[in-house]
Ligand binder design. Sequence first.
Ligand code: TMP
Length: 221
Amino acid sequence: MKGTLHMKPTSPIRKEKLKHGIFITFEGVEGAGKTTQVQRLAAALGPDVVLTREPGGTPIAERIRHIFLTSDGITTMTELLLLAAARAQHVNELIRPALAANKIVICDRFIDATVAYQGYRGGIDLALIHQLNRVVTGGLTPDLTFILDLPPEIGLQRKQRGETHRDRLEREPLDRHRKVRKGYLSAAKADPDRVKLIDAAQSADTVHTAILTEYHKYLSQ
Ligand code: TMP
């Protein structure tokens, strides 16, 4: 699933072999700086980028996002099934067609978020989450994932400085956010080829440079 775009001139074999776009995802605890870094990477990679997010990315999935983020009293299993429904729509309607058109798809959160939030934070069986992820994505896995890693208390402080509105998940106790971070750290450990852990406590410029370095390493593989 690796693309022909942005190939280094020294990679002719790779260019011939590969027919699809590149699928990059960003993950992290609340306030880790994903939005900034997603936009900076998109700007650096140029016009072939399709920028999207989960839950959301298509009109139907955005409606599910609204239910997901605003429904107090929602159970974790309902969260999981809403996210799965949104992801099924998003993958089929937007992500797969964009990859088939040789685009670089950059998605703000994807399957690892479900492991971290509904699995580690919410206590749902990880095997079930992996299985559901496989079913709704049809086995599509990101080529490269950046986890912006940060102690959640710092992320939440950053968010509180910048915003007046906090959504349902941001208002949860610190302990829940710590579990999310633990989930992300274990996702990075489980799949180091795909998942790159980036220290998000550094300046935005340094984080951006680290991301670009990993991206170029990926291209030259
Ligand atoms: P955002 O704030 O990064 O846009 O993400 C929306 C929220 O959705 C965030 O609190 C994390 C949560 N989420 C999950 O709980 N599970 C998932 O699978 C995804 C994609 C997001």
